[in-house]
Design a protein around this ligand. Structure first.
Ligand code: HEC
Length: 150
């Protein structure tokens, strides 16, 4: 019970931090809205995928492995193992937004071994979601990424 509470309250500042970054620079006349913003569609280009592969290599390969199969060097000590991004059946159940949220906020409380990456945002976040999609769907089938907050 105490553990659970910790995981939950720990995730919240990360969310607020990410939101404040995304929300900066807007007009002061915009009232804070409880409704989720409309997802923005980003076209997936070769340059975006190249960027995504680089960010993935730097942040995710140690656990998820080069092909996203969950078999990176650090995965040996993790139970459950990191998610297999090449498992299309599973990955297709997740929206782009859910994948992005897991990357930024981490997996707690559901998957506590998946760390948060609050430094990944903007184009880097879009690019990494696009790259993760190619691991399950193949390059040709990844044409757009839909994310509310970039
Ligand atoms: C410290 C090891 C580690 C690192 C680093 C890591 N992950 Fe994970 N990841 C995990 C584990 C463990 C899970 C949860 C597997 C489970 O519980 O089924 C997970 C789950 C996920 C999921 C699935 C969430 C779901 O809803 O099922 C996604 C997507 C993901 N990671 C993406 C990434 C990306 C992208 C990066 C790099 C930015 C990354 N991870 C870095 C260990 C890691």
């Amino acid at each position: 019970m105490i553990r659970h509470r910790f995981a939950f309250t720990h995730a919240l500042p990360t969310v607020l931090f990410a939101m404040s970054l995304a929300g900066c620079g807007g007009g002061s006349s915009d009232p804070p809205s409880a409704a989720a913003p409309e997802p923005a569609s980003t076209e997936v280009t070769a340059a975006l995928l190249e960027r995504g592969a680089g960010v993935y290599k730097a942040n995710c390969i140690p656990c998820h492995g080069p092909l996203g199969k969950g078999d990176g060097p650090s995965s040996a000590m993790l139970d459950p193992k990191p998610r297999d991004h090449s498992n299309r059946t599973y990955m297709d159940q997740l929206t782009d937004q859910q994948i992005a949220n897991t990357i930024v906020q981490g997996g707690a409380p559901k998957y506590p071994n998946m760390p948060s990456h609050p430094h990944l945002r903007g184009e880097d976040l879009v690019a990494i979601v696009a790259h993760v999609r190619t691991l399950g769907r193949g390059r040709d089938e990844v044409t757009t990424v839909e994310l509310a907050a970039k």
